[in-house]
Write a protein that binds this ligand. Structure first.
Ligand code: HEC
Length: 238
């Protein structure tokens, strides 16, 4: 009898310990990754490089820098190639001086096809692009996923939901979720009854309060909360 009771208590205590250790741990990892992403997006050079990479390179080269796309992945390239070579090549990969270049011949042998010229890119632009490529590559190696490629203000005008209190009572937006159906939801607090949610668009939400842009890099299945419009967002996994 005593042993049975002891076993029972033991199982309960063990479950509780496991719950309190592992639930916060999983949240913490998600939070730290998200926090790191946020720090990276505060880095001006990183941001500039990201923008230029998105505008000029991402249509062919992998966003995470590791996968084969229609062109080779660029992770680690700054360590493999000389800077001048990289800059000249990026601006004009099919220039006649590259015809007999041993590195170019090696790349060509893989039959990727041709890379178009980007003559408009200045040295400062390429500094930022290759800085971004290396940083983003390091993030991928650490398991940090590539954020969704938009900020609310530049995004196509997607449908979203917000709570009626933001519209009718001018309450601040203190809760944001990017749910697993890839829908954005904004509230004055987390919990609402279903009839409180009203349709809106991302542009409308952004016009109402442009500080929500700070959560625009949230991954699917994450949500964010803050205690006032001035305070920092805290990030959680569903
Ligand atoms: C239209 C598709 C396309 C775009 C856009 C593009 N590339 Fe490429 N890139 C390629 C292809 C294809 C190759 C392989 C070329 C070959 O085989 O001759 C390549 C090769 C490269 C290489 C050589 C890799 C090595 O091993 O040395 C670098 C560096 C590179 N690209 C950087 C860039 C950067 C930076 C941008 C943006 C400014 C960019 N590319 C835009 C298609 C593209």
């Amino acid at each position: 009898m005593f042993v049975k009771k002891f076993k029972f208590v033991f199982v309960i205590v063990l479950s509780l310990v496991l719950f309190f250790v592992f639930v916060p741990l999983s949240k913490k990892t998600a939070y730290q990754n998200t926090k790191e992403l946020q720090q990276q997006t505060n880095d001006v050079k990183f941001k500039k490089g990201e923008q230029l990479y998105r505008a000029n390179c991402i249509s062919c080269h992998d966003a995470a820098m590791t996968k084969i796309a229609t062109a080779p992945p660029l992770g680690g390239i700054t360590k493999k190639r000389d800077v001048k070579w990289l800059y000249d090549y990026t601006r004009d990969p099919n220039a006649s001086k590259f015809k007999k270049d041993p590195i170019v011949m090696q790349i060509r042998a893989k039959n990727w096809g041709l890379m178009p010229a980007s003559l408009h890119l200045k040295n400062e632009d390429l500094d930022a692009i290759y800085y971004y490529i290396e940083e983003r590559y390091q993030m991928t190696l650490k398991g940090i996923p590539v954020p969704l490629y938009f900020r609310f203000n530049e995004l196509e005008n997607k449908n979203a939901q917000w709570c009626i209190h933001i519209v009718k009572e001018d309450k601040p937006i203190l809760f944001a979720r990017y749910n697993t159906k890839k829908q954005w939801v904004f509230g004055c607090k987390e919990k609402h009854t279903p009839i409180d949610w009203k349709p809106t668009t991302l542009h409308q939400v952004f016009d109402k309060d442009n500080t929500v842009d700070d959560v625009s890099f949230l991954q699917v299945g994450f949500y964010a909360k803050r205690s006032s419009k001035q305070s920092e967002w805290e990030f959680f996994k569903e």
